[in-house]
Design a protein around this ligand. Structure first.
Ligand code: T4K
Length: 413
């Protein structure tokens, strides 16, 4: 435990953790089952293209969500791109800027303009009341993002979409296993897209899926993710290679079998953070609606620098030097990254809430790789930092102390 601020690693002290604590350390699940599946697929010599494990994975995901169709893909970004193309979106599509860049890129990649909408300060998701003002004759759709597994205001978005005849989709990359009004995410809009990237609580190494209750759309997406082939020697759409491999599906099935355990670990880490951070002025742990199903995949703080004295960026640097790799998900907002920054240099004027929140959020490590004692230790450190906020800030501003400690200056990846 640090006794004085000189014990902080950023000022030359020993880091709190000898090994880096990451966000997004993959959950592994039962290795024996995974190896058994991998051995079987190697023996069968069927590695990809309509393999049995991918088919089983798709059935299990669809069952879990109570949705008609699941089309597994090689990653969430391609899944978004294919869902967008198969639905015939074009022109402009309204999306939040406060999201991972893939949401915007999946549109721009196919020359569709992402029109950035501000967020609702309560949900941190796209604000339905700000959408109408952004609709033009070129608008064809809305993509909501269930950020950090907290669902968008789905009913209000559906109402706006219906009244303007727009297609509604959801980037549900963070929300596998979560529900809205008691119904599993995956059942809303025209289609929803999941990511099963290594950092997600259910992973397929790299992977994703489109889920939908629309038979025609599902059929088209399934063909488009396989180059548009509708049978041997017969291509009927422009398509791409979005296929999930068998080894990814093996990981996904194994991961899915441990979903309850992973959520339980995330849940107890979340409650530990909640307990340990309670009462720190200026620090708010983002809450989940506990009446719904949740995956507790992200632990996100909202920091008020006026109250804490230490800014979000300073806290992030201090934690990094202690070997806690917190992340500023999703700073600075898509509109402040290229190419959008150059295309829409004044977009920020329409995004006041996004611009405010991107400077205040910080995500902390959780998942099966993070022990509850480590959570307690992280919180103890955060409490210490904010208890000495003004002294730390003063010290940080003295340039001599701002030189990084060489032993801590490398990020371990
Ligand atoms: N839409 C949304 C809203 C998304 O958040 C994402 C992805 C997508 C769409 C697109 O889905 P995918 O095409 O990715 O399936 C990471 C993930 O790469 C990305 O999947 C995720 N969102 C995003 C929120 O986080 P980075 O650039 O932060 O990743 P990176 O390499 O810095 O890794 C994060 C941390 O995880 C590191 O501290 C190390 C740790 N890690 C990572 C990997 C891959 C490990 O410990 N082991 C690993 O194998 O984007």
């Amino acid at each position: 435990m640090k006794k004085s601020i000189s014990d902080l690693a950023i000022f030359g002290g020993t880091p709190a953790f000898s090994e880096t604590l990451h966000i997004g350390r993959p959950n592994i699940g039962d290795r024996e089952r995974l190896f058994k599946r991998i051995n079987a697929l190697l023996d069968a010599k069927w590695l990809t293209n309509r393999g049995p494990l991918v088919k089983e994975f798709e059935i299990r995901i669809a069952d879990y969500l109570g949705v008609k169709h699941c089309i597994a893909m090689c990653n969430g970004t391609i899944a978004l791109e294919i869902a967008i193309r198969a639905s015939g979106l074009s022109g402009e599509v309204i999306v939040p800027s406060f999201t991972f860049i893939a949401t915007a890129h999946s549109l721009q990649w196919q020359e569709i303009t992402p029109v950035f909408c501000d967020i609702d300060e309560k949900t941190f998701t796209i604000d339905p009341s700000k959408i109408e003002a952004l609709i033009t004759p070129r608008t064809t759709g809305i993509i909501g993002v269930h950020l950090w597994g907290r669902p968008c205001s789905i009913n209000s978005l559906a109402a706006v979409a219906a009244s303007h005849n727009l297609n509604l989709f959801f980037d549900a990359s963070h929300a596998f296993g979560c529900s809205y009004d008691g119904k599993m995410i995956g059942n809303f809009g025209k289609a929803e897209v999941f990511s099963f990237h290594a950092t997600k609580f259910i992973n397929t190494f790299e992977g994703g899926a489109v889920v939908t209750n629309d038979d025609g759309l599902a059929k088209k997406i399934r063909l488009m993710k396989n180059f548009g082939f509708a049978g041997y020697d017969n291509v009927i759409y422009i398509g791409t290679n979005g296929k999930m491999s068998e080894i990814s599906a093996a990981m996904g099935l194994t991961s899915l079998e441990s979903a309850i355990d992973f959520i339980e670990v995330n849940r107890s880490n979340y409650y530990e953070y909640k307990k340990q951070l309670k009462g720190i002025k200026g620090v708010k742990l983002l809450e989940y609606n506990e009446n719904e199903k949740l995956n507790f995949q992200y632990i996100t703080l909202l920091l008020d620098a006026k109250a804490t004295m230490v800014s979000r960026d300073e806290l992030c640097d201090i934690l990094k030097s202690e070997n806690i790799l917190a992340r500023k998900y999703f700073y600075p907002g898509c509109h402040r990254m290229e190419p959008y920054r150059s295309y829409f240099p004044h977009a920020g004027l329409l995004l006041p809430k996004t611009e405010k929140i991107v400077d205040q959020v910080l995500s902390l490590p959780t998942g099966t790789a993070v022990k509850i004692e480590e959570v307690a230790h992280i919180c103890e450190l955060i409490r210490f930092i904010f208890a000495h906020g003004s002294a730390i800030r003063k010290e940080l501003h003295q340039s001599t102390h701002r030189k990084p400690n060489p032993s801590n200056s490398q990020i371990v990846r």
